[in-house]
Design a protein around this ligand. Structure first.
Ligand code: HEM
Length: 409
């Protein structure tokens, strides 16, 4: 049997780790990988994983040997197998995956394409767009809510829910971006936690009303018809609403930028794969151990926090030739080995919205091609406080050809 070794030790104190990490999160992580290798214990109990094979194994064994230690609203959870909450979550997940793989998405994409065209037309009318992130966040949320309600609910009727989603994300922002974690029983009492709890309650109440009286078509009706009980249904809708705002908008902004800077003529799906390789919005995925646990040659301590870094894994020269070059044509040769590409995570907790998000991005590439996009930014920085996204992006936008128009609602 192969000998197990503990991860390479960086020997930072917790305080030094937080200080260095907060100064430049991505830079710190990439420097640590270069200096110590792809599996390193940064400070006691905090392990960085930038090895695709190990990451794949950890993700695959999630719910069993590795835990999600917090939910999408950043509250501590116990995701151990056998927990009722986990079983009902996994079954709601299966229903959502199945609902998001059929006709619902096909109809949705027509609406999405028309809505994105309207947005780009507005920018083209103005000749340029300042930071496109906010409008794209609004579109992502509206897209998710319209998917939930189907076409019979008007944008005005969706507006209240959209405000509740935005309110929850804003309230979570200071919690997610903070490296300082208070013990849960203390954190519960802080102003930021109370604000987040109120915002979460508002969104839950709005989504529960939808679950109780679902409109005839749409995701909520499909999930009710599939027999998902009320409580886990509201829970997964809240999580998906959070997941479907900033992350897809960030992917969209990276795509816009790549189109403006590189003008790729490749197949849209290859452009999307390459954008998500170079700039995976979820650049860190968190897991925890409950007992001492091995993966590959490594022995992780009990109660360790694992930081899996898709960004670093996507730039690993063992799997990617010239990894820092944007080259969609590399995807013509097929898919990379398991673990080398993780924009949507992996294992039993991989992203439920993968199919939807990829289809939306492919549609976005098609829409963007109807426009002349020129990068007109000053210095662009990369925000890594939570989701990886560019800041300070500005584009000149003009019409390249008359785009097809549909009506949107
Ligand atoms: C480009 C867009 C997107 C990216 C890159 C992305 C990425 C991810 C990743 C990496 C995870 C796994 C996190 C982990 O393992 O801890 C995840 C989970 C999740 N995503 Fe997405 N996502 C995207 C869009 C969406 C959309 C549109 C939805 C809405 C349906 C969605 C719903 C979810 C949910 C509900 C989870 C939690 C799954 C679970 O815990 O079982 N995502 N996403």
């Amino acid at each position: 049997m192969a000998t197990l070794t503990p991860p390479v030790q960086a020997n930072l104190s917790r305080a030094d780790l937080i200080e260095e990490y907060d100064r430049d999160r991505l830079g710190f992580v990439m420097r640590a990988v270069r200096r110590y290798g792809p599996v390193v214990e940064l400070s006691p109990g905090t392990v960085l994983v930038a090895d695709g094979e190990v990451a794949h194994d950890v993700l695959r064994r999630t719910n069993r040997d590795f835990l999600m230690d917090r939910d999408r609203a950043w509250r501590p959870t116990d995701s151990r197998r056998g927990e009722d909450a986990l079983e009902s979550w996994m079954s709601a997940r299966r229903a959502m995956l199945s609902a998001l793989s059929g006709d619902l998405v096909a109809e949705h994409l027509r609406w999405y394409s028309a809505s994105l065209t309207t947005l780009l037309d507005t920018w083209a009318g103005q000749g340029r767009t300042a930071d496109p992130l906010r409008p794209l966040m609004r579109l992502s949320t509206d897209a998710f809510l319209r998917l939930c309600t189907g076409p019979s609910v008007s944008p005005d009727e969706r507006a209240g829910l959209a405000t509740a989603v935005a309110g929850l994300l804003d309230a979570l922002n200071p919690i997610v971006r903070s490296s300082y974690e208070l013990p849960w029983f203390l954190d519960r009492l802080t102003g930021r936690r109370r604000r987040a709890a109120r915002a979460q309650h508002r969104l839950e109440t709005g989504l529960a009303a939808l679950v109780d009286r679902p409109p005839p078509a749409g995701l909520v009706a499909a999930l009710r018809d599939a027999g998902v009980p009320r409580e886990p249904l509201v829970r997964i809708l809240v999580s998906a609403a959070i997941a479907a705002r900033l992350v897809p908008a960030a992917a969209n902004v990276w795509t816009l930028r790549a189109m403006a800077v590189h003008q790729p003529t490749d197949e849209p799906a290859h452009v999307v794969d390459e954008v998500l390789r170079m700039w995976p919005p979820t650049w860190l995925i968190h897991r925890a151990t409950h007992a001492e646990t091995a993966s590959g040659p490594w022995r992780f301590p009990a109660h360790a926090a694992l930081m899996i870094c898709p960004y670093a894994i996507h730039r690993d020269e063992r799997h990617w030739a010239d990894p820092t070059e944007f080259r969609p044509a590399r995807w013509r040769d097929g898919r990379p080995p398991a673990g080398a590409y993780l924009p949507f995570g992996g294992g039993p907790r991989w992203c439920v919205g993968t199919h939807l998000a990829k289809a939306q991005l492919v549609e976005a590439v098609r829409v963007f091609r109807h426009y002349r996009l020129v990068d007109d930014s000053g210095p662009v920085t990369t925000d890594t406080n939570s989701t990886l996204h560019p800041r300070g992006l500005a584009l000149r936008v003009g019409r390249a050809a008359a785009p097809e128009r549909n009506t949107t609602r």
